[in-house]
Design a protein around this ligand. Sequence first.
Ligand SMILES: [Mn+2]
Length: 487
Amino acid sequence: MAEGEPAGAAGCLEKAEALKSQANEYFKVKDYENAVKFYSDAIELNPDNAVYYGNRSLAYLRTECYGYALSDATKAIELDKKYIKGYYRRATSNMALGKFKAALRDYETVVKVKPNDKDAKLKYQECNKIVKQKAFERAIASDEHKRSVVDSLDIESMTIEDEYIGPKMEDGKVTVQFMTDLMQWYKDQKKLHRKFAYQILVQTKEILAKLPSLVETVLEEKDKITICGDTHGQFYDMMNIFDLNGLPSENNPYIFNGDFVDRGSFSVEVILTLFGFKLLYPTHFHLLRGNHETDNMNQIYGFEGEVKAKYTAQMFELFSEVFQWLPLAHCINGKVLIMHGGLFSEDGITLEDIRKIDRNRQPPDSGPMCDLLWSDPQPQNGRSVSKRGVSCQFGPDVTNKFLEENHLDYIIRSHEVKPEGYEVTHNGKCITVFSAPNYCDQMGNKGAYIHLRGSDLKPQFHQFPAVPHPNVKPMAYANSLLQMGMM
Ligand SMILES: [Mn+2]
């Protein structure tokens, strides 16, 4: 404290420091919401301390608010050009947003400032590798039509070794027996033979490619359907859903609302089980695309690494092709619309616009396809900049207008972890459901799924706790630059 400064200001700075310490305590026990709140209070009292922004940026990173994390890190650097953590955090935010070149610039700065720092050098090299690989991928992608992996596969000639005692498809078909065996096999941490994995992928691609971008189904008076949110590679929790709610069947239909893979380290098990059920019950088991069924996300959040570890890079490419055919939205009885993210950055989008989306691609940076996968609701009216740095946040007035114009009752979306596993907002018109309990082994949230009955289409919520899983940590296959501890 400089001498002669008024006591009031000193008191203010002291108070800000106390708030920061409190925020740090919340951060330590992973209460990121309160951490953000207290860092924000500290910033209000003293807006010139780079550390407050740097710390809040980290709390935002942990809650996947990459847009906010990015702007806080930028502010921290503005306030203190020598604040190294600011550069790390901005780089991490950019990595998470798939902006690898921007991330590289920050790692470069750190290496220049701290030439003897081994960790900084390692991160720089790792990021540089990704930037070069991306440039290479762009170069080959421009060669006219990309050939499908399917054309270069010779599944028939893949032999099943005598030692293999795992589940077997029958005449190339998924059966109830195969699915039962597969789930047990996976619970025992065994690997499905690559021949069957490829068969599942090729057949799933064929089925999905025939579906429209907006799937429309009818739920009869007496029927019930179960809607699940994000599962994120938490295979054992997904098995628990089937234990509690029954296996999928024609009498027990399901919708899984995207984000099947990444983060959780049993993503291969989750996705091949889901695809298996899609093949077994094509009209009673529905899958929608999430923002994690995309190349950018899979590259950093673990799925690509996991497929390469358990199978091959070629198989990952085929997964990517299949993901591109996942439908983007599902409408039940013309009244309930389901999508992974939410509504749109502009007014006037109709169901017909969704039907017309040419979805067989990586999602663009903006527009209706991007919004369906990425947007979030907000409590205040209107729209605002997304905390994630992609798409937008939409208010209750936006939801009302969209529902009225399209003669819908309400929307169900996923995409955000909620303490209770679900959340009802926008006067009951916007429902969030999330089915990965204790997300990433650290959020302490419940999971939930929703029952809808044809008779009234009223959502009934069912919550469930996390179950134990074998000792493979979440993010075990993720890019090292993003692994939790390194942030
Ligand atoms: Mn998501």
